[in-house]
Design a protein around this ligand. Structure first.
Ligand code: SF4
Ligand code: SF3
Length: 552
C-alpha cells in the first residue's frame, strides 16, 4: 500500500493520520493545516527523541535510573507531534533545544558510551538552521515493499498515542517505570537498522501490551481522582451567562478550571472528547458544569465562529482558529497555535485568570435554550453493575449482538458509514461507543433493550480500556473467549491514539476488527497481509454487506 513518491520537490512529507492527502501523504501543506516548517520541526523533534531513546535505553540496560524529568520530556515530546496538537514553531523549537540538555544529562550517566551518529545529534540554536537540519533527515523514503519502514512508522505512531495517555496519567501523579522504559526501548529501536520484520512485529505487539497498562493506569488516575463514572444525563443546550468551553481529554485541567471559576458567574461546557467528564462525580458535583457544546472536533471552526465566550483546548484536536475567535481560544499543556494565548503550568498549578476575565468580559449566551440531554457514563464499573441483566438478556435472546462502534471522527464523507451503521442495527442489539466518532450519532434516540439504553457511551478513546474490561468480563461469564462473544468491533481511526489502541486490541488476540474509513497509508502490502491472516482485520465495506456478514 505504500506508494512510491517522488519527494524531490516535496516541501514536507507526513502520512501519520487518516486524513493524509491524496492517499499517500501530505507533501505541500497538511490537510490538518500543518505547514512545512512545523512538519520539519516535528520530524526533528522525533529525531532528537530517537537519540534520547537510544542513550536512555543504554542507561536502562546498565540497570541505572533515568530521571522523572527525562521521562516527562520524552512523553511530552512525543505527544507534541501527535496530529492536531501543536502548530507552533517557536514552542516546538524550544522543546528540541531542551532535548539537547536532556540528552547530555542522560549521556553523562553512561561514562563510556557507544557513539551513534544519529543519536548524537545536537540541535542548533537558530530556528532556520533547525528547519534545514530537519529537511536533511525528516522525509521518509518510501517503497511499497518496504515492510521495515512500515513497521517502524507504526511503532513511532503507536508511541505518540501512548505518550498522550501516559501524559494524562502523569499530570495526575500516576506513572509506571516499566511503561516509561518502553518509550526509550521503542525509540532506540527506531535507530537500529538490523532488526528483522519479525522483531519489528514483536515490538509493535509489545507496544500494544504496554499501552494496555497505560490505559489501565489512566483509568486508575481518573477514577481515583474523580470517582467512577455513573450514568449521567448531559444537557446539550445553551444557558444564559458568560461561559468557557473546555475541549480535549485532560480531566485535571477541567477540574482546576471548575475550581477557579466556582462562584464567578461563569458556566462551563465540555466539548469533543471532554463530554464523558460529566459522568465523574468529582467533576459533575460543580453546578456550573452545565452541559456539552457542539459536535465533533472537525466542526469547531463553524461552531466557535462568533461565540461570545472562550474556549480552552487541553489537548487535540485543535484546528486553525478563525479570526472571529482567535482572541477567545486558549491553549494549555502541549497544545499550541501561533497567536492563540497559552496558559502554562507554574509550580504544578495553572492560573486560568486570563481566560476567566476574558469570558466575563464577553457576556456569554443571552438566551436559555429548551433543554435536551444525552446520556453518558457507562464505563466498566457502571456497565458491569448491570452484568447480571445483560447476561440474562443474552441468554433469553433479548440481546442478539453487541456492536462497539468507536474511535475518532474526521471530516471525510466516508465517515457517514458509522451513522448509517448505528441507525441500521436491529433493535435487539446494543451499541457501545467511545471516543469522538460518537458525535455522528450520539444525539439520536436508540431506545432501550432489556431495560437498558441501547446506546451505551463508554467514554473517551482511552476508555477503550473500559470496553476491553467489559468484553473480558462477559467472556468470563459466558465461559468463552472474547472472539467468541456476540460482539463486533467496528472502529474508525484518525490520529495516532487510535494506532496504539489498535495495537493493544491485536496484542490481546482480538480478531475480526473492521477498520475505516480507510486503512493507514503507512501500512505496506505485506504488513496488511499479516494483519489479515493473523487477526482477520478487514476494512469496512458497506453497511449492508458488513451487517450481513456479522448478523447473517
Ligand atoms: Fe497530513 Fe495528517 Fe500529517 Fe496533518 S497529520 S500533515 S493531515 S498526514
Ligand atoms: Fe478524537 Fe481528535 Fe481521535 Fe480521543 S479528539 S479521539 S480524533
Amino acid at each position: 500500500m505504500l506508494k512510491e513518491l517522488n519527494l524531490k520537490d516535496a516541501d514536507m512529507f507526513c502520512f501519520q493520520c487518516e486524513q493524509r492527502a491524496a492517499g499517500s501523504g501530505c507533501t505541500k501543506i497538511g490537510v490538518c493545516g500543518k505547514n512545512p516548517e512545523v512538519a520539519a520541526l516535528q520530524d526533528l523533534l522525533i529525531y532528537q527523541l530517537k537519540g534520547i531513546g537510544y542513550y536512555g535505553y543504554k542507561v536502562i540496560e546498565k540497570g541505572l535510573q533515568l530521571t522523572e524529568n527525562a521521562d516527562r520530556f520524552v512523553m511530552d515530546g512525543l505527544f507534541t507531534t501527535l496530529t492536531n496538537v501543536s502548530f507552533d514553531e517557536k514552542s516546538i523549537s524550544e522543546i528540541i533545544l531542551k532535548g539537547n540538555t536532556i540528552k547530555e544529562e542522560i549521556k553523562s550517566k553512561l561514562g563510556d558510551y557507544d557513539f551513534h551518529k544519529d543519536a548524537d545529534y545536537k540541535a542548533p540554536q537558530r530556528l532556520e538552521a533547525m528547519i534545514q537540519d530537519a529537511k536533511n533527515i525528516g522525509i521518509v523514503a518510501l517503497n511499497k515493499n518496504d515492510d521495515i519502514t512500515s513497521l517502524r512508522e507504526l511503532l513511532i505512531y503507536g508511541l505518540k498515542g501512548m505518550a498522550a495517555y501516559a501524559h494524562h496519567a502523569a499530570v495526575q501523579g500516576y506513572s509506571n517505570k516499566e511503561v516509561n522504559r518502553f518509550f526509550y526501548k521503542g525509540l532506540a529501536a527506531t535507530l537500529n537498522t538490523q532488526l528483522t520484520v519479525e522483531q519489528w512485529v514483536g515490538l509493535n505487539m509489545e507496544l500494544g501490551q504496554v499501552n494496555f497498562k497505560v490505559m489501565e493506569l489512566l483509568d486508575k488516575a481518573n477514577t481515583d481522582s474523580f470517582g467512577h463514572p455513573v450514568p449521567t444525563s448531559v444537557p446539550v443546550t445553551k444557558k444564559k451567562r458568560p461561559f468557557i468551553i473546555v475541549s480535549g481529554h485532560d480531566l485535571k485541567d477541567l477540574k482546576e478550571l471548575l475550581e477557579q471559576t466556582e462562584g464567578k458567574g461563569i458556566n462551563i461546557y465540555t466539548h469533543g472528547e471532554m463530554l464523558p467528564a460529566h459522568a465523574y462525580p468529582e467533576l459533575n458535583k460543580y453546578s456550573h458544569l452545565v452541559g456539552n457544546f457542539g459536535g465533533a472536533w472537525q466542526d469547531q471552526q463553524k461552531e466557535f465562529h462568533g461565540i461570545q465566550g472562550c474556549v480552552l483546548m487541553t489537548t487535540n484536536c485543535i484546528q486553525k482558529p478563525r479570526e472571529s475567535y482567535m482572541d477567545k481560544i486558549y491553549t494549555t499543556s502541549v497544545v499550541a497555535w501561533p497567536g492563540a494565548a497559552h496558559i502554562s503550568e507554574v509550580n504544578g498549578k495553572k492560573d486560568f485568570t486570563p481566560i476567566i476575565e476574558k469570558a466575563l468580559s464577553l457576556g456569554g449566551f443571552t438566551e436559555d435554550e429548551e433543554e435536551k440531554t444525552i446520556l453518558v457514563g457507562f464505563g466498566h464499573n457502571a456497565a458491569l453493575s448491570h452484568a447480571g441483566e445483560i447476561i440474562q438478556a443474552v441468554k433469553d435472546g433479548a440481546i442478539r449482538h453487541f456492536f462497539l462502534i468507536g474511535g475518532c471522527d474526521g471530516a471525510k464523507s466516508g465517515r457517514n458509514y458509522y451513522t448509517e451503521l448505528a441507525t441500521s442495527l436491529p433493535e435487539d442489539t446494543v451499541i457501545l461507543t467511545l471516543a469522538c466518532g460518537k458525535y455522528r450519532f450520539n444525539k439520536l434516540d436508540f431506545g432501550t433493550v432489556a431495560g437498558l439504553p441501547r446506546l451505551l457511551d463508554v467514554g473517551q478513546c482511552n476508555d477503550a480500556y473500559s470496553a476491553i474490561k467489559i468484553a473480558l468480563a462477559l467472556a468470563e461469564a459466558f465461559n468463552c473467549g472474547v472472539n467468541d462473544l456476540p460482539l463486533s468491533l467496528i472502529l474508525s481511526w484518525y490520529e495516532q491514539k487510535a494506532v496504539c489502541i489498535l495495537l493493544t486490541l491485536l496484542s490481546l488476540g482480538i480478531k475480526n476488527i473492521k477498520l475505516g474509513p480507510s486503512l493507514p497509508a503507512f501500512i505496506s502490502d505485506n504488513v496488511l497481509k499479516v494483519l489479515v491472516e493473523n487477526f482477520s482485520i478487514a476494512p469496512i465495506t458497506t453497511v449492508e454487506q458488513d451487517l450481513k456478514e456479522i448478523l447473517g
